[in-house]
Design a protein around this ligand. Structure first.
Ligand code: NAD
Length: 478
């Protein structure tokens, strides 16, 4: 395999990155969701482009797979160095295309997480496991590369989620063809370009197409596994299209995370963590708090404390350093949120903060919205709103709260809030979700497996468990 790298260089700003990823002619106009201004031109890759990428990734896989874990980890660490060297340029482009502010837990944070995940993924130990070694013989469990992995991602955390998919895939000796969302292709093309300055040729390809390109990737006979993050409906399409080739799948799908606040909390003390649990990335986060269940004894105090935090958080154009909340990424998402809040108003729910988007302004800004006195069967509660609108439902008994939390078909994350950790752990054990946080929500860690229960998907990412999902288990016995 050639280990000659693309010219290693540092990018200083978004324009510098755009200069290397935009097509020489044509391209699709990508607009800034905060201002409506042109961000850049995205290449319109087609199915033949995808075929070429898969052929090249397939050709490079045997040599990449033949490297040791240590050698591949060294490449991942080099890729992390490259991301860090161009971090500000990547964050600026991400902010302009996705809408999230530079500041707060947003664009700079996301780029930082890409480097952190690359390094963590490089650091995990995965030694062959000796299953038994006695007078009857010996058996060892190894994890071999699968081949070419297809990665398909969403638009909310485009760089970070792409990294979650590609880093373990590469570490395990697979090569990768990545298809970003049509809403945020520039961010992922730029990240791919930067990573490729530190990776051997052809182990990572980014193909910037639409659903049709994704559908061909998901069904392709030369793709061994699909890492998919996106909606449950698309995940179901991918399950169907994987059938003919018995493709391996990791599916990180939609969620509608519940938080249960027990009556023993100090509302002021938890308000800011509750806020960010729900409103990180302006609510456009798979595992963010989307339904809050609060005990009747402290209901008003929690709503009041949350509303004080909500009013203090500046929302606006992401490139402006003062903002920590941005616009919705696209018009369709804006309309989903606006319609769900309207449904809550129509049903008599109380709008505590927000709920009235300004009209006639550029950008898909929906104000931070808290909705109280809402029924548990209201669509703002039962559907994934994926935006800055949090319904707060009152409950009387813990049994009732647990039943409401478990009442939906999805189960990505959940949280329990209490000053008594043992009590919180008891409640956590009763919740049907892949992750349950106590006194925080949505804080993922590269060492801890992350995945959904029920219709939020299957398979896990992160940690050694995540690596195993990118390998073919092979038992050697003698
Ligand atoms: P989406 O399902 O519309 O699209 C995701 C990706 O799939 C895009 O790249 C799209 O082009 C591609 N795609 C669409 N149809 C396809 C098909 N038939 N075959 C193959 N690929 C296809 O999702 P979205 O709107 O981009 O993202 C929002 C959703 O993602 C929300 O439901 C959110 O909860 C979920 N999400 C989940 C996680 C998680 O870790 N569980 C993380 C982030 C987002």
């Amino acid at each position: 395999m050639t280990t000659e790298l693309t010219t290693q260089r540092t990018f200083t700003d978004a324009a510098d990155l755009l200069a290397v990823i935009q097509p020489a002619t044509g391209g699709r106009r990508i607009m800034d969701p905060a201002t409506g201004e042109l961000v850049g031109l995205a290449p319109e890759h087609t199915v033949p482009d995808l075929e070429s990428a898969i052929t090249a990734a397939r050709a490079s896989q045997p040599a990449w797979g033949a490297l040791t874990h240590g050698e591949r980890s060294a490449f991942l660490n080099g890729a992390a160095d490259a991301v860090e060297a161009s971090a500000e340029a990547l964050a600026e482009l991400l902010s302009r295309e996705q809408g999230k502010p530079l500041n707060g837990p947003n664009a700079r944070f996301e780029v930082g997480a890409c480097a952190a995940w690359l390094r963590a993924t490089a650091s995990f130990e995965l030694e062959p496991e000796v299953l038994f070694d006695d007078e009857s013989g010996r058996a060892e469990l190894h994890y071999r590369p699968l081949g070419v992995v297809g990665a398909i991602g969403p638009w909310n955390w485009p760089m970070m989620i792409s990294t979650w998919q590609l880093a373990p895939a590469l570490r395990m000796g697979n090569t990768v063809v990545l298809k970003p969302s049509g809403n945020t292709p520039l961010s992922v093309l730029a990240l791919g370009h930067v990573l490729n300055t530190a990776l051997p040729a052809d182990v990572l390809h980014v193909v910037s197409g639409h659903r049709d390109v994704g559908a061909v990737l998901a069904a392709h006979p030369d793709i061994a596994k699909i890492m998919f993050t996106g909606s449950t409906a698309t995940g179901q399409d991918i399950i169907r299209s994987s059938a003919d080739t018995v493709k391996r799948l990791t599916l990180e799908l939609g969620g509608n995370d519940a938080g249960i606040v027990l009556p023993d909390v100090d509302p002021q003390a938890i308000a800011e963590d509750l806020f960010w649990g729900a409103f990180i990335n302006t609510g456009q986060t798979c595992a963010s708090l989307k339904r809050l269940y609060v005990h009747e004894d402290i209901y008003e105090e929690v709503v009041d404390a949350l509303s004080q935090v909500a009013r203090a958080m500046p929302m606006g154009v992401g490139i402006d350093e003062t903002n920590v909340l941005g616009p919705l990424q696209n018009k369709a998402q804006f309309e989903i949120v606006a319609n769900l809040v309207q449904a809550a108003k129509d049903d008599g729910a109380r709008i505590v903060v927000g709920g009235n988007p300004e009209t006639g302004q550029p950008g898909y800004f929906y104000p931070t919205t808290l909705v109280a006195d809402i029924k548990n069967d209201n669509p703002l509660v039962t559907e994934e709103q994926f935006g800055p609108a949090l319904p707060v439902v009152k409950y009387s008994t813990v049994d009732e709260a647990v039943e409401m939390a478990n009442g939906l078909e999805v189960g990505l994350g959940a949280s329990v809030w209490s000053s008594d950790k043992d009590k919180a752990r008891e409640v956590a054990a009763r919740i049907q979700a892949g992750s349950v946080w106590i006194n925080k929500h949505g804080t993922v860690d590269p060492r801890a497996p992350f995945g959904g229960a029920k219709m939020s998907g299957y398979g896990v990412e992160f940690g050694v468990e995540g690596l195993k999902h990118l390998g073919q288990p092979q038992v050697i016995s003698y």
